[in-house]
Ligand binder design. Sequence first.
Ligand code: PHE
Ligand code: ZN
Length: 605
Amino acid sequence: MPDYYFETVDLKFELGEDKTIVSSKIAVHPRVEGVSSPLVLNGHDLKLVSVKVDGNELKKEDYHVSSRHLTLSSPPSSTFTLEIVTEIYPQSNTSLEGLYKSSGNFCTQCEAEGFRKITFYQDRPDIMAKYTCRIEADKSLYPVLLSNGNLIEEGDLQGGKHYALWEDPFKKPSYLFALVAGQLESRDDTFVTCSGRTVVLRIWTPSQDVPKTAHAMYSLKAAMKWDEEVFGLEYDLDLFNIVAVPDFNMGAMENKSLNIFNSKLVLASPETATDMDYAAILGVIGHEYFHNWTGNRVTCRDWFQLSLKEGLTVFRDQEFSSDMGSRTVKRISDVSKLRSYQFPQDAGPMAHPVRPHSYIKMDNFYTVTVYEKGAEVVRMYKTLLGSSGFRKGMDLYFKRHDGQAVTCEDFFAAMRDANGADFANFLLWYSQAGTPRLKVTTSYNPETRTYSLKFSQEVPPTPGQPVKEPMFIPVAVGLLDSSGKDIPLTTVYNDGRLQTVASTDEPVFTTVLRVTKKEEEFVFSDIAERPVPSLLRGYSAPVRLDSDLTESDLFFLLAHDSDGFNRWEAGQVLARKLMLNLVSDYQKNIPLALNPMLWMELEAY
Ligand code: PHE
Ligand code: ZN
């Protein structure tokens, strides 16, 4: 816990060609009134000009500056004002962190630890404060001056300069601060929220690129509407800005009401952009917009909790893209990405849990594990709780934590408490690295008319985690009869204990088995013939699945499964099997012939 909290932060930037002067005025209060402890501020490549406490310049012996910190040895033990002036050199900052210049424009990037390159600050996400930002700059070189929140005041200054004063009424961590100044033009539009407020939307680019922002604007409006409809989340300010810059490390950044994007994720023209470019723009515009609630209004207590905002927001953008296009196609592409990038990471020397235990440099921890596997973890809550249960969990999460910096357990607890759910050892998904291997053996007993699925699981060792515990794996299952139709499921026995599957008169065709042990058997009763199982429907858990399904089972699923993802998956597993058969035929000098069933199945369509 920090010893001091920051209530308000008033920033002033005097932007110049050879130096920029940053003045910061912070209302500080000690966590425990009456207790003074050293106040340690982060700073990186900063030239300190002055420090004042309650208006008085500090004497040399009252503070200490090192290459990474400014320490006030004994600040006042009750609320005080801290004023710091620093000098920085954005024109020679090539780190793409802090304040830098991109194609002649000033621009910031503060996540994760870039704010400390702007001014001395407690640069950690649990320090949430209300900011104002005054920007002064040459008017002809930098006609557009942007920061977070609402524009309160603007005007001309002497010497060809002008200024703008921005005020962000929402508390935020320093990593969400942003400033942009330069020669930009905007595409403007409006969005009327569900409560009837009109929000001005602006997408800023160099003037020649404005025509290429139409799809980005469409995507933004679609995202705003979707978040209202699906999660009841309304945008909270009257202005939303997006800026496209050519020099940007990551895809984009969710700074409060001033999202900054790599140009390639904003600009598209029908002449040159592919369908995939359009889909990427929709997804990333959605992603950054959705952070306004999952990341900004509710943020991370510390950077170990990164997946709290990223896993959840990736899940939200995946769902958004699914609803805007084809759910099955989107799921296939997301699972393919997970398998080709995250699985290798989870199996290699960089394997780490969704919530890492340590990091050397925070900017190296924006990984496919934190993002994509993190999204799968969020998806499992939804699979276990259903859409309405998941929504209840989200509602409780915001009710409890709006305006706070919280942890993955807080999210877990909101999901659990809103539904009175039993999530067993689910939290292991955050702490154990490695992709679990799940084996399934099936058997049908015509006498008892029962169908059994025997599961066994293994989580491979990963660096620093030689021994693993069994995980809680939600396995969505359906059973197909010989005509290819889903069999209505009524009851299933888990290690002998009876579970009712259908709680209402509505027939149930997919049920979620809760596999929690190293070995566990599920038995479906009342099954009239040997079914073909559709296992892990919709890819209900991020595991490697081995089953005893035969080639003919796979052909059958490819033709009939009502779950689109599994129909595709059956084709993948089958094609791999057939190719490997051909390899072994070749090695035995057997003439190569493609299984004719494959053509028959394909012709059926
Ligand atoms: N938070 C950004 C996102 O997920 C990614 C990012 C991280 C951008 C760090 C810049 C620096 O949308
Ligand atoms: Zn994100």
